[in-house]
Design a protein around this ligand. Structure first.
Ligand SMILES: *[C@@H]1O[C@H](CO)[C@@H](O)[C@H](O)[C@H]1NC(C)=O
Ligand SMILES: *[C@@H]1O[C@H](CO)[C@@H](O)[C@H](O)[C@H]1NC(C)=O
Ligand SMILES: *[C@@H]1O[C@H](CO)[C@@H](O)[C@H](O)[C@H]1NC(C)=O
Length: 337
């Protein structure tokens, strides 16, 4: 009796170990990574008009371009003409971010091929297709300076840029305090390239982070990190009814970061797993969720407890691959889509 129960238990344990292992293997089956050679934390990922890249913004304030395994990373842009190279280049010290810069959201305008940058400290900036020193477009809205510029997307028809300022109280280097707080000072902002004016579309948000427009620009998704949810702002009705009150698009099991639309008009929401190390295998470990336009879950990416995926900021689908960014890891992870 005792013996058979023990055997059963052993059998069950082996069974689960097998499931956990085969799952663990599958996420790494087509895994590869592009290591950074300096700095860390490729938070957001972009590809240019020619499909070249990825481009990433890193911990030392620079934007780098990947030119393939033979040529490696090349500096593409710096966030300020006054940035001190000897102090900043290669820095991973978050206390230097206010002087070195910290590019977060990156987005090419597909019409002009200019890159728009949401730099956590330097605000909304732009740089041409050949890079160089970025030009600052805006650092405040309606009298309140940006404190933590973060996510970005562009309406390619109008050129209007949507972006977030995560808080007017906390800076990016204090993100852990912001996550523990009940701060509701985040803003959803809009930059009009013709009038060069920034307006506040919505304020009082709970750590607004990534933003993504729908394929025909009729609505905008905004991740509320500490709210564990994605809000949907209907842009088509804007101005008609006069209110911008959002709907809840999705509730999430973990802290959402960037939201990126793929070529099919679907959305990848990156979830910060918030683990400091590996997690037990076999336990659900969602690191990203793919949604359709109605908010239905199409796919869940499971990190299988691996330390590789314990800090995810973005999943960018491009040419059949998923490029996975992180604020803390020194690499871009790549999986098959
Ligand atoms: C890995 O890539 C191969 C070849 O493209 C494909 O057949 C297989 O399904 C992929 N596995 C996973 C887990 O994506
Ligand atoms: C990237 O770095 C990891 C960890 O240091 C190393 O195992 C791997 O071989 C590197 N990959 C490449 C392509 O250099
Ligand atoms: C934009 O897309 C939405 C969702 O797919 C659709 O309901 C709406 O009719 C479209 N609007 C226009 C102007 O095409």
């Amino acid at each position: 009796m005792m013996k058979s129960a023990a055997f059963k238990l052993l059998y069950v344990l082996f069974f689960f170990a097998h499931i956990a292992r085969s799952n663990g293997d599958s996420i790494f089956e087509n895994y590869s990574q592009i290591n950074l050679t300096q700095g860390t934390g490729p938070e957001s990922i972009a590809f240019d008009c020619k499909g070249e890249g990825p481009y990433v913004g890193i911990s030392d304030g620079r934007i780098l371009k990947w030119r393939g395994p033979k040529f490696g990373w090349k500096e593409f842009a710096i966030p300020s003409p006054f940035r001190r190279r000897n102090l900043c280049d290669g820095s991973t010290n978050s206390d230097l971010e206010p002087v070195c810069g910290r590019p977060l959201g990156l987005k090419f305008n597909t019409e002009t091929c200019y890159l728009y940058i949401a730099d956590a400290y330097f605000g909304l900036s732009i740089v041409g297709p050949y890079g160089g020193v970025v030009k600052r477009l805006a650092t405040s809205a309606e009298g309140d300076p940006f404190r933590f510029t973060n996510g970005i997307d562009i309406d390619t028809k109008t050129g209007i840029v949507y972006f977030t300022d995560s808080s007017i109280a906390f800076q990016r280097r204090d993100v852990d305090s912001l996550l523990r707080s009940s701060d509701r000072t985040g803003r959803l902002l809009k930059y009009d390239p013709y009038t060069k004016k920034v307006s506040v579309l919505y304020d009082g948000l709970v750590f607004p982070n990534g933003v993504a427009l729908s394929a025909n620009n009729s609505f905008l998704l905004v991740a509320e990190s500490t709210g564990f949810r994605i809000l949907k702002f209907n842009l088509a009705s804007q101005g008609k009814s006069g209110d911008n009150v959002p709907e809840v698009f999705a509730q999430l099991p973990r802290v959402p970061d960037n939201v990126k639309r793929n070529g099919n008009g679907e959305f990848w929401v990156a979830l910060n797993a918030g683990r400091s190390g590996t997690a037990p295998s076999g336990v659900p470990d969602p690191i990203a969720i793919k949604f359709d336009e109605e908010g239905n879950v199409l796919k869940r990416l499971d990190g299988n407890g691996a330390i590789t995926f314990n800090s995810i900021s973005e999943v960018k689908e491009f040419n059949g691959k998923l490029y996975i960014g992180s604020v803390t890891k020194p690499y871009v992870a790549i999986l098959n889509a």
